[in-house]
Design a protein around this ligand. Sequence first.
Ligand code: BES
Ligand code: ZN
Length: 932
Amino acid sequence: MKCFLFCLLAIGLVSASANYITNYNYYRLPAALRPQKYYLRILTTLENPKNLSFSGNVNIIIEALENTRNITLHSKNLYIHEPQIRLRHIRGVDKKDNCVTSTSVNPSYDFLILHTCNELVAGNIYKLSLTFSAELNRQLDGYYRTSYTDPVANLTRWLSVTQFEPAAARKAFPCFDEPGYKAPFVITLGYHKNYTGLSNMPVKEIKPHEIHPHYVWCEFEESVPMSTYLVAYSVNSFSHKSSTLPNGTHFRTWARPNAIDQCDFAAEFGPKVLKFYEQLFGTKFPLPKLDQIALPDFNAGAMENWGLVTYRETNLLFLAGHSSLVDKQELANVIAHELAHQWFGNLVTMKWWTDLWLNEGFATYVATLGVEDIHPEWHSKDKSSLAVLRGSFSVDALVSSHPISRPIHKVSEMEESFDSISYQKGSSVLRMMHLFLGEESFRSGLKSYLERFSYKNAEQDNLWEALTQAAHKHGALPRNYEIKTIMDSWTLQTGYPLLNVSRDYKSRTAELSQERYLRNSQLPKEYRAGCWWLPLSYTSQAELDFISTAPKDWMECSRNGERLPKTIQDLPGPDQWVIFNTQLSSFCRVNYDARNWNLLIATLNSEDFRSIHVINRAQLVDDILYLAWTGEQDYEIALKLTDYLQRERELIPWRSAFDNIRVLNRILRQTSNFGYFKTYMNKLLTPLYKHFDGLNDTFSSIQDQDQVLLKTLVVNSACQYHVSDCVTRAKSYFRRWRREPNPDEINPIPINLRSTVYCAAIRYGTEEDWDFLWNRYEQSNVGSEKRTILSTLGCSREVWILQRYLERAFDEKGAIRKQDSVQAFHAVALGQVGHLLAKKYLMDNIDSIYRYYHPQVKSISKLFGTFSEQVITLRDLNGFRAFVNNSRHLLKDIQQGVKQTLETMLTNVQWVDRNYDQFSRSIQQHLQIVRL
Ligand code: BES
Ligand code: ZN
């Protein structure tokens, strides 16, 4: 009976006594009350796997700002012990004591409403005490459970941890769960004495539990004022590594005992990057300690909880010989990102989720500066500037994109906001601002913003104001310009401009115009409206100044946001190119007249190609391939330009090329003319494949780390397009591994080639090869290694093997954790054969997939995303539309992702209609010309 009651309550009822649904139906908490402090006690039981649960008590000190007869706060899936609710008046003139008469709920907004005996009077302080309990859930948010195998004892070990952003603190304790309600927290954790308790702050004292003999109460120091989504705690039996720098914050890195040897890199990198930020922002990290912890199950990539940063294992753990250079760089970036949040997000927090980008865009941008400082040899700044730009350019060219800053009413909208617009477009526009303001104004503006809003909340206008003041002070912006006017055009409008440059070669001028760039080419002109304030940087073949990125001029908008004409004077003569947007200092694409394109192409295809800055070479590749895609240029020009890649030996332009080629490949491989494309790819890749000595292990002789990455990328494509001996060599590496008596210990395949080798071996291999790799997956103790295997197991072309793999991906009891299921699905869905299979699997099983992920439905959106590049016929598109329509009740919380998928599919269909014949002709001609 007890369990029956408990289970019933844990699934969502607030309490046994009658709660009625309230008529308060607004998405925000009423402004009448403000929490001043939380005292939170949580007792966690982990000993019995059949009863993993917690119970707690929260005392909230509440200030009444207005008179009110109720206390409205958030609570979800918690059993509230109603008879134990207490309300006391503790300070102020209101002499009446108080109590709670009844409760009601609004499940749409997770509100718990406590109706009080007497009115709470403005200016008075009250203490509310609530007792509650729940199961430690399996859904990876709120306060949840996770487990791992302890190989020494051969036992499953359980641990508990929180994930609250954006709106799951309410699933762990009743609270005012909005970012604006900052308050200090005094947290006390109760647990069996064999465990360790961690929270945002250091331990204050540990005392024996008054009733349970083997339990302790661990009290943590009072925190600084913070938003509820940053509260964190965990009960575990992990090991740790300390790595405090002299005079630095006490720094520890935590992992399962069996993975503690994988913490070295993170332990060393973390404190360094923290120190870098202290210098950059001119403020010390305000807490006495910082813990970072690697969790066996984690839905996001990592989370910036103040003083207790949580990670997926792949994003914190690194083991030489098992993890690659790409893995290392990615994890450095993740750590740098989360530690940047300690200032942007934690110290100064957005007022409301509308400005989530202030958190995520900043952390994304600033992380690149942090990584650059500590590992300059990785060129993180240049690489990320392009990667984030490309990431945002593709989504933001959809009509179904959205402004960086936008209204948020529901939790599902908050969750959907963690997308490439907040992260990547946010980061790109901040970079643009950094470049047009210059170092001094940018830094001093940020510093005064951080000082002014420390422990408070801010919105973008507050930042604009601080930066305008700094810019005017340092003369970085004309007096009549305001950052707000400029930046509103980027954050409040959807999309980005295509800058058209039309030169008059006689008068040495150029007419500039802008319009919104869209992937859907059949939309009426109105869709291309909009005006963006564009800082203009440009150089010419004679000048070759790619270094100064300060704007030479501005493309302005009128007061009511209309475009204004712009002419540029004093350009060079007719035989010299000009290039706009040096080092991508503006967030735009550029199109030129044919003559200028041809001049650029001539230089690119000459010995002098390096005279164009590497970032601009990368961007020219990206721009021309996009412009050809949407019909603004033709493929003959595009192919002439990409021909230059045979000379290119730098990573960034090749990344641009590969990203675009991947998209073309996914369409063309379904068509009869794919053979020509393959030949073209062979032509581009062969010189590079030779240059890097194919699959030979030359890595130790490569000094430049970018060259290691480029070799990795090139051989990967080479095997995909059957260049030279790539596949044969890959298969022989794999055979050697299979012959090893102890393959989990000894792997003869060079670490940076593993992904390529596994994929080729699985694609052309046998059932035994697949099973061998699957066994390695099950045996591996290293997250990044597991990730590599998971994504290459999908390379098979055997239908039954892929089908079995899909079923394993969604098997709750199987070896693939829920957090990794999307990756396994992707691995299948991105394959040539797997794509149809995965699509059918998704369509046939959408109900069970929904149940599997619920309430983390965002993962379903990620499954959908895979098909956006591969549906290319109207018939298939309509099939997908019908499926979406029939499943709309399941997809209502991921509407944005679904719309974007459908729109991308439509643009593929358009591409085939408009470009396929032209592309096929151009590529054939191109191959003939080159052969002659
Ligand atoms: N604040 C986010 C974590 C998060 C993501 C919470 C989504 C809720 C929903 C964190 O700072 C973050 O951005 N994590 C990234 C990794 C990062 C390096 C890009 C993530 O989880 O993917
Ligand atoms: Zn983040």
